[in-house]
Design a protein around this ligand. Structure first.
Ligand SMILES: Cc1cc2nc3c(=O)[nH]c(=O)nc-3n(C[C@H](O)[C@H](O)[C@H](O)COP(=O)(O)OP(=O)(O)OC[C@H]3O[C@@H](n4cnc5c(N)ncnc54)[C@H](O)[C@@H]3O)c2cc1C
Length: 486
């Protein structure tokens, strides 16, 4: 495997020239050890300080964790180091070296999210299955999420959020999805709907749209409205340039007038604002594409009845109907013609989120089934002691880890504007969602009829896992895009 040099390796090469290529096969810790060995041999003077720099001399004692700071703990990296990190974006098509340790900050985020999921979601999880059409059982959970700062988590601090970056968001999503994929989708879709605003809004729009979403006293969810009854995957296909979109935006003086029907948006009917994908003329393709923010109380905005679904019941979906909805032109994100591009950038982020929701769902099912198989005695010994079953668990554990790593790589690449970030995100989404379907199905299998029973949670994980193979771009579409990008 060809590894891309880490910042440390690059610095080493800058100091000692390209001849030092041997170092490429080492981890950062290995580089430091190698340098120390050279120093001992008297070949280089104070090489580790040259490599790590005086400002981080303390890190010479913990070189590995420093590299974790550079790569994983983006939010805490000093600006200078961050820029340095951005300046060493690997070349297209190469592999990236990265550390896998979570920073202390991120461990705290993970534990907080896990506690929220365990204490707020788990006790009422079964209720979602029965009461989802009413949707009231979700209110308390969303309010608690708002109080914790979860709903506005990715929003910049100056608009009331926590400035959570891609990796932070992924760590939190996994914990929530491990308990309930539907809650993870509802909260995740609020973050996903914010993404076009974070990408393209001016400061006045950020203040107007993002600050309410960051509220810690009321639960303000958001929805992203892409899918239409006649066109789903095609709207998300970058090759189509939104030519199949039939939500028409007309300019009328200082206003935009929107007409169309959106199908399936998460949080439909309960969201505070709706980011609507539209076009001034489908024939213009990308040139006519646009994104408009529609607040919940705009005249002409209405909703269909809640969709009856196989799973993800904590996520509420229905049609969003826009009949002559008038919004001021200042609700347009970017310009007419920017919509398709902003949407594609949003989808990179959303797809890796879908990947992480799948990792969480798979992990939740896996942990439950593993506990069960340690207790359940078949053929005179616990199921887990049967080699076929142990083999299944070993493969499941490996695949869950592999999917998580793909998602982390993709999040890192997205944060660093890596040229292959769209492909990485598609790869993470396809691999993780297929993995979750397989893992949850096997969890049902190893638990026998109890796996199939609603008394146990694994059948729910299996039902929840299915849709993630379809939404955010069906896996068939994404596989085509991956193939095309190679
Ligand atoms: C729980 C849930 C949450 C959702 N959340 C949202 C949301 O927040 N916002 C939103 O806008 N939508 C949302 N959706 C809708 C979802 O994103 C779409 O349903 C999805 O994109 C697929 O569109 P479609 O159902 O129209 O399928 P179609 O586009 O008709 O595709 C049908 C099938 O055709 C195949 N296919 C599609 N494209 C290709 C291709 N290029 N090559 C080969 N085969 C292909 C795939 O197998 C696909 O499943 C949600 C749906 C659900 C169920």
């Amino acid at each position: 495997m060809r590894l891309q040099p880490s910042p440390l390796v690059r610095r080493y090469q800058a100091v000692f020239g390209g001849g030092a290529t041997k170092i490429l096969s080492l981890t950062d810790r290995g580089v430091v050890r190698y340098a120390q060995k050279q120093e001992k041999r008297g070949l280089f003077i104070n090489l580790t300080t040259v490599l790590l720099g005086p400002a981080v001399s303390d890190s010479t004692r913990r070189p590995y964790s420093r590299s974790a700071e550079l790569s994983l703990d983006h939010s805490r990296v000093p600006k200078q180091a961050e820029q340095q990190d951005r300046s060493i974006i690997p070349d297209k098509g190469r592999f990236i070296m990265i550390s896998f340790e979570l920073s202390q900050n991120r461990r705290i985020m993970r534990d907080t999210a896990a506690k929220f999921a365990r204490e707020e979601i788990l006790p009422v999880r079964n209720q979602f299955e029965l009461d989802y059409a009413d949707g009231k059982c979700m209110d308390k959970i969303f309010l608690e999420a708002a109080k914790l700062g979860l709903l506005g988590f990715p929003i910049e601090e100056k608009y009331g959020g926590s400035d959570g970056n891609n990796l932070d968001v992924m760590v939190i999503l996994e914990e929530i999805a491990a308990v309930d994929g539907g809650v993870a989708t509802a909260i995740g879709d609020t973050w996903f709907a914010m993404t076009p605003i974070i990408i393209a809004a001016d400061s006045e729009q950020r203040e107007r749209f993002l600050r309410p979403l960051a509220s810690r006293t009321e639960a303000n969810l958001a929805a992203i409205c892409m899918t239409e009854p006649q066109s789903g995957a095609d709207i998300e296909d970058p090759r189509m340039g939104l030519r199949t979109c039939r939500t028409i935006v007309t300019q009328d003086g200082a206003d935009l007038v929107i007409n169309g029907t959106k199908a399936w948006p998460s949080n439909a009917g309960i969201a505070h604002l709706y980011v609507v994908v539209g076009t001034v003329d489908p024939k213009l393709g990308e040139q006519g594409s646009c994104l408009v923010v529609v607040e919940k109380d705009r005249k002409g905005l209405s909703f269909g009845k809640p969709e009856q679904k196989m799973g993800m019941h904590a996520d509420r979906n229905s049609e969003v109907i826009l009949e002559n909805v008038r919004a001021p032109r200042k609700n347009l994100l970017g310009n007419i013609g920017d919509g398709a591009k902003i949407l594609q950038r949003t989808l990179i982020y959303n797809r890796l989120g879908g990947g992480m929701i799948s990792v969480g769902i798979a992990r939740g099912a896996f942990e439950y089934a593993l506990g069960y198989c340690k207790e359940r005695v078949v053929g005179g010994k616990p199921l887990i002691e049967h080699s076929l079953i142990a083999d299944m668990f070993a493969k499941m554990a490996t695949n869950i880890d592999a999917a998580r790593l793909l998602v982390f790589r993709s999040a890192w690449a997205n944060m660093n504007r890596h040229p292959d970030r769209a492909r990485f995100s598609d790869m993470a989404k396809v691999f993780a969602t297929n993995m979750a379907m397989e893992v949850t199905t096997q969890c049902v299998q190893v638990m026998g009829s109890y796996g199939y029973s609603k008394e146990y949670p694994v059948e729910k994980y299996m039902r929840d896992a299915k849709i993630v193979q379809i939404f955010l771009g069906p896996n068939e579409l994404l596989t085509q895009l991956i193939g095309k990008s190679l």
